[in-house]
Design a protein around this ligand. Structure first.
Ligand code: NAP
Length: 253
């Protein structure tokens, strides 16, 4: 039956940046669908997400790493396999913003942003691939943005990373689609999280953005859960290399 295809019972999902914001909502949605959850973030602040996942009767593993640091990324997928037995689903979600005029953007910060958003997504996909290819199944979901399509305002690193993640999604999908791994990308519009609060409540930019969203409101993190579970489940087995916007109509305008 169709709803059975959306079940994630017995699957293990690694969600980077799963301790708050969009990653937390995605992790909880996947746990509700039956998956055990591993999260990676810099802080050890995992009490809320751990409580939510364990209350659903799922296992939870917390890993601490700064994904901007290549050394911190070494062996992360193996740690999930050691702790939870396997990795069926990888969600490359972690990241933060940076806003500077391009002529003033400090190069180290530009590079760090690319490390977290783009290089870590490739690194973790590369770590997960041998396990997924051996088993002939796996789901990789990259979190892009409407800035995978647009330039934004003074976010050169972010726009470059998010355009890059769309390209990476397509490239990995071409290589792995015939070998059982689905690689797809979610491109959220403006959602209420820590990261976006400074924009939402900015006296000038806040109202400008709201005015331009056809739906007339910002998205709530829970509104990503359906798409994330779909892309993690057997219901999306023929979907490869897609970048799916969920943006209240932002890109349609
Ligand atoms: P958020 O609430 O600030 O959460 C960011 C998450 O990433 C946190 O769990 C954070 O944990 C983790 N993180 C950040 N830097 C990290 C690093 N160097 N190493 C490891 N973990 C790190 O942000 P969000 O809005 O949910 O954003 C999540 C993703 O969605 C990002 O890729 C963002 O670009 C994308 N997105 C967001 C929106 C939006 O409107 N909110 C729109 C489009 C796309 P720690 O701080 O503990 O490390």
């Amino acid at each position: 039956m169709i709803l059975d295809l959306f079940q994630l019972t017995g699957r293990v999902a690694l969600v980077t940046g799963g301790n708050r914001g969009l990653g937390q909502a995605i992790a909880v949605g996947m746990a509700q669908a039956g998956a055990d959850i591993a999260c990676v973030s810099r802080s050890a602040d995992d009490a809320e997400i751990r409580g939510q996942v364990e209350a659903l009767g799922r296992r939870f593993l917390s890993l601490q790493a700064d994904l901007a640091k290549p050394a911190d990324r070494v062996g992360l997928v193996d740690k999930v396999i050691a702790g939870l037995g396997k990795v069926d689903i990888l969600v490359n979600n972690a990241g933060s913003g940076g806003r500077f005029a391009p002529e003033e953007y400090p190069l180290p910060e530009w590079r760090d942003l690319l490390e977290v958003h783009l290089l870590s997504a490739f690194d973790l996909s590369q770590q997960a691939a041998p396990h997924m290819l051996t088993r002939g199944r796996g789901k990789i979901i990259n979190i892009g943005s409407v800035m995978s399509y647009e330039g934004g305002l003074n976010i050169s690193a972010y726009a470059a990373a998010k355009h890059g993640i769309a390209g990476l999604t397509k490239s990995l999908a071409v290589s792995w689609s015939s070998r059982g791994i689905n690689v797809n990308c979610i491109a959220p519009g403006y959602f209420e999280t820590n990261m976006s609060n400074s924009l939402k409540y900015h006296p000038v930019r806040g109202p400008q953005i709201l005015d331009r969203i056809p739906a007339g409101r910002w998205g709530m993190p829970e509104e990503l859960q359906g798409l994330a579970v779909f892309l993690a489940s057997d219901a999306s087995n023929y979907m490869h290399g897609s970048v799916v916007a969920i943006d209240g109509g932002w890109l349609a305008r």
